[in-house]
Design a protein around this ligand. Sequence first.
Ligand SMILES: [Zn+2]
Length: 152
Amino acid sequence: MCLYSCWQQAQNENLNSRNEMRRIVEIEIEKYLSTKEYNPSPHRFSSAETSVADRTIPIVYSCENCNYKISFKPYDFEKHNNSKNTNIQLNDKIIIDKYIKNTADLITLYSLDFYCPNCNQPTTILFKGGESGYWGIYELEIEKIIVLKNEQ
Ligand SMILES: [Zn+2]
């Protein structure tokens, strides 16, 4: 018989040995995102400013590994506010979560994770989001993107 904690330990050791050739990389978000902010505030200070309807552009991420473009709607992020939902497998998730837990400024952020549909690279977008202002409209700001790479 094995206690749960002991079983977990064995699992972790097993995963560590399987994943020792993998590493987390923080990528430069400005290079890979069309925009890192979504702020649909209806206030316009002059008529020359972009109208609200035109500000609801999708956020496009170009995969850091293969340049494949993935488009997100604000709702995709809103769904992940405060949610523990994940789209990636547990063995990848464990490595990423461990990294986030050990990095002070990442712990409080929400995450949206996925495998690139083209090259399969595990990718986690970390963001702040919430309803704000008089209209209570959902706004978000992407703070960090981390990817999990296989060492060659
Ligand atoms: Zn890719």
